[in-house]
Design a protein around this ligand. Structure first.
Ligand code: ZN
Length: 152
């Protein structure tokens, strides 16, 4: 018999966020992992995005939902370019296969997102440069925690 997964709680402000580095993001984006689910291949995180920051080109290998709780986020080029401009408080659903070439934050912003499956980062020739799923996200977050512990 399998047991059900354990419940979890995360105090979001109990430690510093980790850098979400280049080439995946630019302008000082930081993040913290909230939950990773090996069984469902889902992961949830919260991101803090300074004014002028952005995420590099990526494809969502599975659907995702976000809640922009502060600021503004231009997705798929923003409304003026046929995409979406989220203004807090805003919720969005991104379908499996959504391609986001430039997700931009004109003002300081913060959002929560739950991902089903990995984010596939691509370069200017559409070549895959990284696949970030629950395991890579968990490993990166653990490395951040280990670095904080080593520095303490
Ligand atoms: Zn995206």
């Amino acid at each position: 018999m399998k047991t059900k997964a354990a419940e979890e709680y995360v105090q979001i402000d109990d430690t510093t966020f980790a850098p979400f580095p280049a080439p995946f993001a630019h302008g000082g984006v930081t993040w913290r992992l909230l939950h990773a689910s090996p069984e469902a291949a889902t992961w949830s995180a919260i991101f803090q995005c300074p004014a002028g920051s952005s995420f590099a080109s990526h494809v969502h290998a599975g659907p995702g939902e976000y809640f922009l709780h502060s600021g503004r986020m231009d997705v798929r080029g923003g409304k003026a370019a046929g995409g979406e401009t989220a203004v807090a408080p805003g919720y969005g659903f991104e379908s499996s296969g959504s391609r986001h070439d430039h997700t931009f934050f004109p003002v300081e912003s913060s959002f929560y997102m739950s991902f089903s499956g990995p984010l596939v980062f691509i370069d200017e020739n559409d070549a895959v440069i990284a696949v970030i799923g629950w395991q890579e996200a968990q490993d990166a977050w653990q490395a951040h925690l280990d670095a904080l512990k080593a520095a303490a």
